[in-house]
Design a protein around this ligand. Structure first.
Ligand code: PAF
Length: 284
C-alpha cells in the first residue's frame, strides 16, 4: 500500500490509474480504524480496481466541547489494517493541505434541511464540517464511487444530498453496520466505555429492535419514542433522542397504516462520557 501526504503525488498516482482505465473507490475515515472500517474497504474492493482510503481527523466537524483533541490517533495500526483489508493508497493530508487558508477561513459547504434535525440539532455545525471536508476529499481524490457506513445514517443522507446538489460525478455505496456479538454497533467511541458500561451499551440495539416491533405492531410513533427514551434512561443513559423517521428523516404519521413503507429508528444517547449513536432500518 502506498502512503501519500502531498496533493501533487496523490493526483499523479490517481491520474496514472485512470489512464490505465482503472475504476477507483474511496473510503474516507478519521482513523482509529476497527473491523467496521475494514469491511468498508473490502466492500470498496468489490466495486473497483483500486481502493483509496483517507485518514484525516477533521477539526471543523467537532464542536467546542467535543473530543477533537482526545480523538484517538493510531496511525501505525490504521496503516496495517488498511493494507491487510486490500487498500491500495492511504491519503494522509495535513490540516494545512486540507485547509490552505486555515480551518477558520475555509469555503464552507452547508447542506440545508436534512442537517437541521436529530444529530444536527444536538451538534450544531457538525454536518457543515462533514460536508465541507467530504467535498474537498472528493475534489482531491476524484473517485468513481465512495463508501459510507449506514451506522451514521444521517451523515449518509447529507452526503447523498451533497453529491446530487453539487453534481459530483460519483456513486455512493452504503455499507451495513458491523456489530459486536451482543449487538453493539462497532464504533471508535466504544473504547471509551468502562468495563461496567460496555455490556450496558448493548441496550441501545435492543431498544431499537423493540421500537421496530412496536411500530410494526401498529403502535403510535410518539408512544414508541417516549417508551424507548424511558427504557434507556432507566438503563442509565442520558438520551438525546430516540426517534422513528422515514428514510429521508421526515416525521411519519403517528400510527402506521398497513404496509406503510420504509422507516428508520434512530438513537443517540450518552453513557457516562461516551456518546453513542445507532439506528435500525425496517418496513412498517
Ligand atoms: O464518518 C466519518 O468518519 C467522518 O465524518 C468523515 C466522513 C470521514 C468526514 O470526516
Amino acid at each position: 500500500m502506498l502512503t501519500v501526504d502531498q496533493l501533487d503525488a496523490l493526483r499523479s498516482t490517481l491520474a496514472s490509474w485512470r489512464q490505465a482505465g482503472q475504476r477507483i473507490a474511496f473510503v474516507p475515515t478519521m482513523g482509529n480504524l476497527h473491523a467496521g472500517h475494514h469491511s468498508l474497504i473490502r466492500l470498496a474492493r468489490e466495486h473497483a480496481d483500486r481502493v483509496v482510503a483517507s485518514v484525516f481527523v477533521n477539526p471543523t466537524q467537532f464542536g467546542p466541547n467535543e473530543d477533537f483533541s482526545r480523538y484517538p490517533r493510531t496511525p501505525q495500526a490504521d496503516a496495517e489494517g488498511l493494507g491487510a483489508a486490500g487498500c491500495d493508497l492511504l491519503w494522509l493530508p495535513s490540516v494545512e493541505t486540507m485547509y490552505p487558508f486555515g480551518a477558520q477561513n475555509t469555503v464552507q459547504v452547508s447542506v440545508p434541511g436534512v442537517t437541521e434535525t436529530l444529530e444536527g440539532a444536538h451538534r450544531p455545525g457538525h454536518f457543515d464540517g462533514v460536508a465541507t471536508v467530504v467535498a474537498r476529499l472528493f475534489n482531491q481524490v476524484g473517485p468513481d464511487l465512495a463508501v459510507f457506513g449506514r451506522k451514521d445514517f444521517q451523515q449518509l443522507a447529507v452526503i447523498r444530498y451533497l453529491v446530487r446538489d453539487l453534481a459530483f460525478a460519483l456513486d455512493i455505496v452504503a455499507a451495513p453496520t458491523l456489530r459486536e456479538a451482543d449487538g453493539l454497533a462497532m464504533s471508535s467511541r466504544n473504547q471509551y466505555l468502562s468495563a461496567e458500561e460496555r455490556p450496558r451499551a448493548a441496550e441501545i440495539h435492543r431498544v431499537l429492535q423493540s421500537m421496530r416491533e412496536a411500530v410494526q405492531a401498529g403502535r403510535e410513533r410518539e408512544a414508541v419514542e417516549a417508551e424507548a427514551g424511558e427504557r434507556l434512561a432507566a438503563a442509565g443513559f442520558a438520551v438525546d433522542y430516540a426517534a422513528i423517521r422515514r428514510p429521508d428523516l421526515t416525521i411519519p404519521e403517528s400510527a402506521p397504516g398497513q404496509g406503510d413503507g420504509a422507516r428508520v429508528a434512530l438513537i443517540a444517547a450518552r453513557l457516562g462520557r461516551t456518546r453513542l449513536i445507532d439506528n435500525l432500518e425496517f418496513t412498517a
